[in-house]
Design a protein around this ligand. Structure first.
Ligand SMILES: [Zn+2]
Length: 186
């Protein structure tokens, strides 16, 4: 596995005289290099249920600070929530950020609107119909037909509210006859 490009150079120039690794960087206004490095770490953590998309692209990562990261699980009942926290912890510890706390906030609740455009495209490419943007409430009710991620047809039907995981519903495309998952967590 190739090391992500950010590992090279990022550490260079970070003064670590406090032992925290969190000194301000003169070269980058606003965010410290440490914060940027933590962001990059989080952007590399795959969602446990949909490995094609990162927890950052899913909108689970809400805030990154020098001393803490704030995450909002997609849905409190998700068995993946604990796993995500453990993955974040392991990534932080492994990169020398053991002092960075993980805070979980449920307010405001995670919204599928927080999935980035790139994340939506990855879901589609993975064969999962992404929720329509700006329609969190509508996707919750599942009234609007899901678009088939394979052929793009809207001629689809829901087979089951619960697909392979609680966060996905099982749909079928009537045009190409393929079943597919629809991301439905609100
Ligand atoms: Zn189709």
């Amino acid at each position: 596995m190739t090391a992500p490009s950010w590992t090279a150079g990022v550490r260079a120039g970070v003064s670590d005289s406090t032992g925290t690794g969190l000194r301000d960087c003169n070269a980058c206004a606003g965010e410290t290099q440490a914060v940027q490095e933590v962001r990059a770490l989080l952007a590399d953590i795959p969602d446990p249920e949909i490995p094609a998309i990162s927890i950052t692209e899913l909108g689970i990562v809400r805030e990154v600070h020098a001393d803490r990261v704030v995450i909002t699980p997609t849905y409190t009942g998700c068995p993946a929530t604990l796993y995500i926290e453990q993955s974040v912890r392991a990534a932080l510890d492994g990169a020398g950020f053991a002092h960075v706390r993980i805070e979980t906030t449920l307010s405001p609740p995670w919204s599928s609107d927080w999935i980035s455009d790139e994340g939506r495209e990855k879901l589609r490419a993975y064969g999962i119909a992404p929720p329509p943007k700006g329609a969190g409430a509508a996707s919750l009710n599942n009234d609007a037909p899901a678009q088939c991620p394979r052929c793009g047809s809207l001629n689809t039907e829901e087979l089951s509210r619960f697909g392979s995981t609680p966060c996905k519903a099982l749909w079928r495309c009537l045009a190409c006859a393929e079943p597919f998952d629809r991301f439905k967590c609100h």
